[in-house]
Design a protein. Structure first.
Length: 277
């Protein structure tokens, strides 16, 4: 099992320190929030992209991809009735695909709840068709970079559009591109009201990436969620992608979150007879 950490929790740390520390804990991948690198994508030059990748590799890390794709942007939205805004969103996703590919990443997680919420007067069906159009326009170029764009279901507390893996699967079928697939997130799946092993099994063929966290917004092992059945389900379904720690409450500090999450995940694997060396 390959463990990564979402690096936006390292607020105020320079890139070298993020890489060195993450590797020292045992993570082998970094998942990047674009806003944590620069204010705009154009601020990240070709030389800087090479340097970011080289620094990660120097510490034995892969930059596995991007998430929080539309966070801290303006004028972008997935389901709006505004044709120009949707076109700009497709173009921006293409630019993100280039950034991801330049960094050596292979996955981009589409969460961005505020930039996908239904506008007043928009039905779910209208929003669905608009989102499919945005993704279809962006996917050829993103796929050419060897990057998968992944739809992330989120809870109803966060968004009113695509709240379950079943709904995401419908969108994946409509976009109909092998590089457009499913991302699963433990906190979000807990909101579906069904046992997580069953959800993992049902969607195993389209799942490309996996976030681990808890409903308390901290990392695995820092809340009440038992990861033994979750990791067993991933093992049983042959999942071979990244398991990436994503938290939303940074108050315990990056070190505590990183270290406790890793220790717990390794202990769960050991308990299951699958130690992660």
């Amino acid at each position: 099992m390959k463990f990564a950490i979402c690096q936006e929790l390292f607020e105020g740390w320079d890139w070298e320190k993020q890489c060195e520390y993450s590797a020292s804990i045992g993570y082998t991948g970094l998942e990047v929030a674009p806003f944590a690198l620069a204010e705009t994508l154009s601020d990240i030059s070709a030389d800087q992209r090479k340097e970011l990748k080289a620094t990660a590799e120097k510490h034995g890390l892969e930059i596995i991809g991007l998430h929080w794709l539309l966070a801290k942007t303006e004028g972008l939205h997935l389901t709006t009735a505004d044709d120009a805004v949707r076109a700009a969103t497709s173009d921006y996703l293409i630019q993100l695909g280039d950034l991801c590919g330049d960094l050596g990443g292979t996955v981009m997680v589409f969460g961005s709840p505020f930039q996908r919420n239904l506008e007043e007067g928009t039905s779910y069906e209208q929003a669905f068709d608009r989102a499919v159009d945005v993704f279809k326009k962006a996917m050829p170029r993103i796929a050419d970079r060897g990057v998968s764009l992944l739809m992330e279901p989120l809870t109803t507390k966060e968004t009113n559009f695509v709240n379950t893996c079943d709904q995401a699967a419908e969108m994946i079928a409509a976009v109909d591109n092998p590089y457009f697939a499913l991302h699963q997130d433990v906190k979000a799946m807990l909101g579906e009201g069904a046992p997580l092993p069953g959800i993992i099994e049902k969607h195993k063929d389209i799942t490309r990436h996996f976030h681990v966290n808890d409903t308390n917004l901290l990392g695995p092992g820092m809340g009440e969620t038992d990861y033994h059945p979750i990791f067993q389900a991933l093992l049983d379904t042959g999942y071979d992608g990244w398991v990436s720690v994503e938290v939303f409450d940074y108050s315990p500090g990056a070190e505590k979150i990183c270290e406790e999450s890793m220790a717990y995940m390794k202990q769960v694997l050991a308990d299951l007879g699958k130690p992660n060396s």
